[in-house]
Design a protein around this ligand. Structure first.
Ligand code: BDP
Length: 697
């Protein structure tokens, strides 16, 4: 419907309307498939691909063929028919050695085996006398991923006549975690209600879920945890499992398996047992029966994600058992079916250590080696909680016997919700490229997570989703880039954030080189700007209850570690959290040489200074300015940069469609204002605390 509207307006464009009148809602994400504008490229594409030779039908093969037909029709502005055989030049052959006679005849099986079911090869080759492009994989899903790869090449204006591509995902589980509640609300969701529409399921499945699946498959996401980690036990009841099964049926052809968050007390809450003690045989039997029931309705069910003994959620410690006991009882239930438990390490029991950021390491590292084979421990990128900047979580590289799933947050809980343009690619790269030194230099987080450092049977990464029922899915048109970048980096953590941004811009906005360059530079600097105007120099958690509002004075009476003052510790003489050996020694959870480097204010990177150190306001920085002057300078610069983002966007008017241009402009206006209030509030507050004159701008 939306697509048709666009086609009509496009026609109107031909009859004299300006091109910018094209009605864009953002719904099509990076799968807009606008007609290729460059004539020479268009001619080369039309020559390279004249028709599709499909594989034997299967649900996944069919969606691959459909996507190519649809995408190529729009991109090449000619229908690309489906034909049975390579009887002329320019055929696009798809399939596996089992589903395609042509692929079977190429002798690629060994290579395809090496690339696995999700990997693929795309090659310009000859089939008999004819020129052909072949997308081949060992598995149907790999063929689908290859189809999206080819479309991406065309969408981003790459040549396709001499292709030799071999791709394989670096991580086996690439998951979105939806924090969706059963009442339709989304915890930390800023883009409307839940996509799942639980009350309509299983009778009606919103067709939008198919588009959700397409978007995910296009970036290689292969699993979705459908419900909030603060889980209602009800999701595990029979009626809900039927609803989940209905969603699973839609996602399955796209290579996406469903997972559920399980409430640890479910045996009690919905099972009628007196206890949820993981060592109680009746509890173990209950989980087994629940797993059996789940697999009866969802045969390819992925497994359970568990938040236990965290922020009031029930867990094994309620019965004086360990996290390993808790994870293992669930793992034993899932094991016969091939399911896994992702057990979250986001725990911060105040009795464990006075410094919140140390607690997860203290609870989990001693349990290394005590989890079943099908347990993965899911760890947030940083040790606190998705702050604009944190050092990597010290558990990465510290649990050689336990596969860890890295958890990133795509939804911008602490990064401006869906109001601020903040491209998270550079932040995730900073995390993935960080060296843990677990097995000497070069043991980056990416190499820990992908199982290179410690040979793990399975690997994974999860992103807390930013999707909702808003027309453009993510609330902010630029927040789509974070969904996109998460998928691309999950597929290959070695990709550069800049390259991912560029792909996304070309697919989502335009291919005009100057516009691409402008938008790219806006995106690339946006995260650092956000850090500057909110929490520079390693400050963190200067927020109020909704995690949006600036609130450095926040004294949260409920818990000290939910306040802001617990973290910045500013007084008349100094600011920052002493996490050196003289303080909480959180730095001691990192390996050498990090603990020495970060533990010394002289060698600690400026970006993490106040994370690890408590320092006098008058400290001389390398810039020659005092710490106080430096801090004020950061806030001012950040706010200026936010204003510049708005100004730069204004130069693009008329070069992108008017609807999205205006929508983004309105958001950028707000960002400018918010950044100015962050600056004013923080400078004013710290000035009030330290009593020092505010330096002249
Ligand atoms: C925090 C969120 C909270 C989540 C929690 C978690 O504020 O809503 O439930 O993380 O990850 O960031 O469990």
């Amino acid at each position: 419907m939306l697509r048709r509207l666009r086609a009509i307006v496009l026609l109107a464009g031909l009859s004299g309307w300006p091109a910018a009148a094209t009605a864009e809602t953002g719904y099509d994400l990076w799968l807009r498939y606008p007609a290729v504008g460059d004539r020479a490229l268009l001619a080369s594409y039309r020559k390279a691909v004249t028709a599709i030779v499909p594989p034997a039908p299967s649900a996944t093969a069919d969606v691959a063929v459909e996507e190519l037909k649809r995408g190529l029709l729009d991109l090449l502005a000619v229908p690309v028919p489906v034909v049975p055989d390579v009887e002329a030049d320019g055929r696009l052959v798809l399939g596996t050695p089992r589903s395609s006679r042509v692929v079977a005849g190429l002798g690629w099986s060994a290579e395809l085996d090496r690339l696995g079911d999700e990997g693929y090869r795309i090659r310009s080759t000859r089939v008999g006398e004819r020129r052909a492009t072949v997308i081949a994989s060992k598995g149907d899903v790999g063929v689908l991923y290859g189809a999206f790869h080819l479309l991406r090449l065309v969408q981003t204006g790459q040549p396709i006549e001499a292709l030799d591509v071999a791709e394989r995902p670096r991580l086996s589980l690439r998951l979105l975690n939806h924090w969706d509640n059963l009442d339709g609300s989304i915890e930390r969701g800023y883009a409307g209600e839940s996509l799942w529409r639980w009350s309509e399921l299983p009778g009606r499945v919103d067709p939008r879920i198919t588009d959700y699946a397409r978007a995910n498959a296009s970036i290689g996401i292969n699993g979705s945890v459908l419900n909030n980690v603060n889980a209602s036990a009800e999701i595990l009841t029979a009626p809900y499992l039927e609803k989940v099964a209905a969603i699973a049926r839609v996602l399955r052809p796209y290579g996406i398996r469903v997972f559920l968050s399980a409430n640890f007390a479910a045996p009690r809450i919905i099972g009628g047992l007196a206890t949820a003690d993981p060592l109680d045989p009746a509890v173990a039997r209950w989980w087994k029966a629940k797993a059996d029931e789940t697999y009866r309705v969802i045969p390819d069910f992925g497994g359970w994600l568990v938040k236990a003994n965290s922020e009031g959620q029930p867990g094994p410690q309620d019965y004086k058992r360990t996290h390993a006991d808790g994870a293992n009882v669930l793992a034993d239930a899932l094991a016969p079916h091939g399911g896994i438990v992702m057990y979250r390490a986001f725990v911060y029991d105040a009795s464990v250590d006075p410094d919140r950021v140390k607690r997860a390491w203290l609870e989990f590292v001693p349990l290394d080696g005590r989890f079943r084979d099908n347990v993965m421990v899911q760890v947030k990128n940083g040790p606190l909680d998705f702050q604009p900047r944190e050092p990597f979580h010290p558990m990465f590289g510290a649990m050689p016997k336990t596969p860890l799933v890295a958890e990133l947050q795509v939804t911008q809980e602490y990064l401006g919700h869906s109001n601020h343009l903040v491209y998270l690619g550079p932040m995730w790269k900073e995390f993935l490229d960080a060296d843990t030194f677990a097995k000497g230099p070069g043991s980056t987080v990416a190499r820990v997570v992908d199982g290179t450092v410690d040979r793990w049977p399975r690997t994974g990464i999860a992103g807390v989703a930013n999707t909702g029922r808003d027309g453009n899915w993510c609330g902010h048109d630029f927040a789509q880039a974070n969904w996109y970048a998460f998928g691309r980096l999950a597929w290959n953590p070695a990709l550069a954030a800049e390259r991912v941004a560029e792909e996304w811009i070309r697919m989502t906005w335009t291919s005009a080189p100057e516009v691409v360059a402008s938008i790219r530079s806006m995106m690339m600097g946006s995260r650092e700007s956000f850090v500057r105007y909110t929490m520079p120099l390693g400050l963190h958690h200067l927020i109020g209850g909704d995690h949006y509002a600036v609130m450095p004075e926040n004294p949260d009476p409920r818990r000290a570690d939910w306040s802001a003052i617990y973290y910045h510790r500013a007084d008349r003489s100094a600011i920052g959290f002493d996490r050196t050996a003289a303080g909480s020694n959180a730095v001691g959870q990192y390996r050498s040489p990090l603990r020495e480097q970060w533990g010394d204010a002289k060698t600690c990177p400026r970006e993490l200074l106040l994370w690890f150190h408590r320092l006098p306001w008058e400290l001389r920085m390398t810039s020659g300015r005092t710490l106080w002057e430096e801090l004020v300078g950061e806030y001012r610069r950040g706010a200026d940069e936010a204003r510049e983002l708005e100004a730069r966007w204004k130069t693009l008017e008329g070069q992108v469609d008017q609807e999205r241009y205006r929508a983004v402009l309105a958001k950028l206006r707000r960002q400018t204002e918010d950044a100015a209030s962050w600056r004013d509030k923080c400078i004013g507050y710290f000035h009030g605390v330290n009593g020092r004159p505010v330096p002249e701008p």
